[in-house]
Design a protein around this ligand. Structure first.
Ligand code: FAD
Length: 388
């Protein structure tokens, strides 16, 4: 049906290649992973991305694939289950993406260690372990000595750790590059083009870009991260707001330590090539990209309490990014019930967009291609906010 409409449309105004079946606004990890999933089903897809005008949160992320942390026990069961499902998809997704692109994305399933120094923190870890295992997780509590046998760089002051042995990590910047390379030649990628608005006429969306050009598509996906403004004429913006995060990278002697370490007030993610990512602050509603020196210094001190060696590492980069948050902390996925047909939302992945990308893409691609709504995203549908 959609294809027939589009063919008629092309014929009527004699388009060259500005018309597509599906246009995705946003080329962060969510938009690109979705484009890849749609393309695998032979869909005709374009991704329109604003480039440096609106820096993607994806490039700011540490890349933890960590359903066992990131507020998992404070979230609804559905979000934990969705995170665990996506974690289970990551290994194959990473291997396929590396094959398709020829790029390494530094996927590592070494587990993550959450550390406690004193009794109250240890009690909290024990409660989290119990809650996670009750939900089907596979986490264990280790003594300081047991943890140091896994990661000798841990401080003698670490008393207890929560070991999430199946949690993993990846390099988000390399993942973006790999996705772009894998899509090249199969998916039209319009980078450095900000979408100003989209209007529906005769079942086709006319999408105006900031340089005055326009693109047409039968279906439209909004995957624009924290910048999810009012892009569709007549519709208010979706309930997504920025939560700023500051982070930094350090040069580390390769092999100093390997696993992600999460301490109170900082996490440490050792990447390939001797790069350590330290993060991250959380500032609600801030939409600037300034980095506060004091915040980085505090995170270095908190991280060094867990892994003392990092105090001597040389800083190589610092940055800020805007997490796309929603009022209930869960993503917004599915057909946008508020407006005309053919609009889908892939928004609000907040602290877990890297983790959730494969599961979000698989579920949403099926819905966009007409296979019906996927059960695993029933809790994340846009209408929960429309009803509120
Ligand atoms: C410091 C920090 C650490 C994080 N660590 C982790 C982590 O360890 N693990 C994890 O899972 N998640 C993490 N996250 C969260 C994760 O980065 C996000 O959830 C995820 O990147 C969101 O991806 P996205 O594609 O929705 O948005 P983005 O990556 O922000 O991409 C959106 C894209 O849309 C484009 N865009 C916006 N508006 C328009 C427009 N009008 N026209 C055209 N293009 C537009 C932008 O240019 C951008 O490229 C972290 C985030 C931060 C800030």
């Amino acid at each position: 049906m959609a294809g027939a409409i589009l063919r008629r449309f092309y014929k009527s105004i004699n388009l060259t290649r500005t018309g597509f079946d599906i246009a995705i606004v946003g080329g962060g990890i969510i938009g690109l992973t979705l484009a890849r999933a749609l393309r695998k089903e032979h869909a005709d897809v374009a991704v329109i991305d604003a480039g440096a005008q609106i820096p993607p949160a994806t490039n700011a992320a540490a890349g933890m694939l960590a359903p066992s942390f990131e507020g998992a026990i404070a979230c609804e069961d559905a979000l934990y289950a969705f995170g665990a499902r996506s974690l289970g998809m990551w290994q194959e997704f990473a291997a396929d993406l590396q094959d398709e692109s020829g790029f390494s994305i530094d996927y590592r399933a070494d587990g993550i260690l959450g550390v406690a120094f004193e009794e109250a923190q240890a009690r909290r870890l024990a409660m989290e372990a119990e809650a996670l295992n009750a939900r089907g997780g596979a986490v264990e509590l280790l003594s300081g000595n047991e943890a140091r046998r896994l990661e000798p760089a841990l401080s003698e002051k670490v008393a207890v750790t929560l070991h999430a042995k199946h949690d993993a990590q990846v390099d988000p910047r390399k993942t973006i590059l790999a996705l772009r390379a894998a899509l090249a030649g199969n998916v039209e990628q319009l980078s450095a083009h900000r979408v100003e608005c989209a209007v529906r006429n005769n079942s086709v969306y006319s999408i105006t870009l900031d340089n005055g050009d326009y693109v047409e598509a039968v279906r439209l996906v909004i995957a624009s991260g924290a910048a999810a403004g009012a892009l569709i004429k007549g519709l208010p913006p979706p309930p997504v707001y920025p939560v700023k995060g500051e982070a930094a990278a350090f040069a580390m002697p390769e092999g100093d330590f390997r696993r992600v370490v999460r301490a109170p007030g900082a996490y440490l993610c050792p990447k390939m090539g001797g790069r350590l990512v330290l993060g991250a602050t959380e500032r609600d509603g801030c939409s600037d990209y300034e980095v506060d020196d004091a915040a980085i210094a505090a995170m270095v001190a908190n991280g060094a309490a867990a892994v003392p060696a990092i105090a001597g590492y040389r800083e190589i980069e610092r940055w800020a990014g805007l997490r796309p948050a929603t009022p209930d902390g869960a993503p917004i996925l599915g057909h946008d019930c508020r407006g005309p047909d053919g609009v889908f939302l892939a928004l609000g992945h907040y602290r877990n967009g890297i983790l959730l990308a494969p599961a979000s893409a698989a579920a949403l691609a099926g819905e966009i291609l007409g296979h019906g709504p996927a059960a695993e995203i029933a809790a994340f549908r846009p209408e929960r906010f429309a009803q509120a």
